[in-house]
Structure formats: C-alpha cells, structure tokens
Design a protein. Sequence first.
Length: 262
Amino acid sequence: MSYIVIKCGGSIIERLPNSFFQSLQELSKREIKPILIHGGGPGITSLLEKLEVETKFVNGLRYTSEEVLDTAEMVLSGSINKKLVKKMIEHGTKAVGISGVDGMLLKAKQLETTESLGFVGEVSGVNTELVISLLKKDFLPVISPIAVDEKGQSWNINADHAAAALAKSLNAPLFFITDVPGVLKDGKTITSLSSRECIELIGASVITGGMIPKVEAVLACLEAGIEQVSIINGLEENSLLRAAAGENIGTTFYNKEEFING
Ligand SMILES: Nc1ncnc2c1ncn2[C@@H]1O[C@H](COP(=O)(O)OP(=O)(O)O)[C@@H](O)[C@H]1O
Ligand SMILES: CC(=O)N[C@@H](CCC(=O)OP(=O)(O)O)C(=O)O
C-alpha cells in the first residue's frame, strides 16, 4: 500500500472550501491512500486569549507551559479534530479522528532548542501499524499533533513537524495546505526550491513565522529521501486534487537537484 500525507494548517481550517473535502473523498477511493494531519494554532491562541493566558512564539513554535499544553490538547484533539471528522463524514468519507496520544501513534521526546520551550516535543517514533490498520479497513485517519511519551506525558508538537515525521515513517509524499499560495518572495510564489535555497531564504528573513517550521519539515523530508513535498493554497478550488495529480502548483520541493531552479 502507498500513501500521501496531507497537512492542513489552522490558518485555513475554518475556511476550507467544500472542494477540499470532496477531494479527500475522491482520493480515499484511490489506490494511494490519504492520511490527514492537522494544526490549529489560531484556535489555540483564541482560547488562550479567552482564558487570559499569555502566549508567545519562538521561531514559529509556541512556548508551552502546562496550562498552554492542556489548552492545546483540548483544542487540537477535541474541537478541531472532531470538526474536521464531521465535515468529512458529511462528504461521505469514513474518517476516524485520533490524536498522537492514542495507541502512542506519535511518540515524543522534548524538543531540544537553545531557548527552553516547555512542553514542546519532537516525534521520536510513529505507530505506523495503527495508521495502516485503519487504512486497510478503508478509514481515513485524521490526526491531531499532540504526542505522548512512555510516562504518559503529553507533548505539544508543531503540526508541520508532526506531518514530516508521519510522511517519513510511511515514505509518503507530503502536501501542506495553507493560507498562502506557497513560499512567497517579493509577493510572488516561488514555484520550486532546493534545500540550500530554503536555508538561504530563512537566513535572509524572507521565510519567517509559521513558514519556518513548515520549511524545516520540508528539509527533514527531503533529507529522508521523500520524493515530493509541496506547499499549496487550501483556499484555491481543487488545489489538493490538482497537486496530487502532479500539477505544478504552489511551491514544490524536490530532492533531485536536476529539477531545481537556480
Ligand atoms: N516567505 C513566506 N512566504 C509565505 N508565507 C510566509 C512567508 N514567511 C512567513 N509566512 C507566513 O507563514 C504563514 C503560514 O504559516 P502558518 O500561519 O503557521 O500556517 P498554517 O496554520 O497553515 O500552518 C503565512 O500566512 C505567512 O503569514
Ligand atoms: C509547538 C507548537 O507550535 N505547536 C502548535 C500546534 C498547532 C499547530 O502547529 O498548528 P498550525 O499548523 O495551525 O500552525 C501550536 O501550539 O500552535
């Protein structure tokens, strides 16, 4: 069985066109099986504001205290995960929502960074058996990026990082669905990028904020030999189906240097 991993960003979850869910339904009937992993950063921020808990980001990653962790888990594994599953059911898809905690789907350890980020983790293992068993029964897994360690401690994983770990463990192409048409420079979409160019664009502060973990995730995938990673606009009608059909939309990252501009 072969797979594609689709990561849907919190930036657009509330605004996804119906064609996105129709595309997932269409893809789920094909031989290459889709798996959806989602974020929900704006939803977490909005609940934290209501709770009057301060929140800050360091290079696109949220500083996660115990209180922030509880809120993130509630929003990601609760409301957002179920909202997506219900939308997919409405479109005829057999969707099953699970968090990275369930069945230790995403095993975590603390993310090592220069500045401590609290309960921000990185994925140290993926229970691919669980994902594959759902797919074999024709369920489409919808995964939230809260992970767990052997002590039963939850960890907040940036959804882009979690998507890369999942794609790497399944050796699957990865599509990031977000609110911009791809990586932008001077207002224009860069259609293809190499690893070297990505690092340069981060260094030059062209890539900032939430685009940093996305590009870090891309680099991890390319390093692991994933054939194709793309960042595409979820607001564009049928963007997912078009990208899955090989159309060159958004920004595509290839691990073969000969396909790369510049
Ligand atoms: N060079 C860039 N090109 C495109 N977007 C960028 C760039 N640098 C920073 N960004 C920001 O990254 C955002 C996407 O990241 P994020 O908000 O985390 O999305 P998502 O929730 O889909 O993961 C864009 O909306 C944009 O504000
Ligand atoms: C550690 C970290 O940053 N976790 C993210 C998890 C959600 C996420 O990544 O959502 P998006 O895809 O919408 O950005 C957060 O707390 O916002």
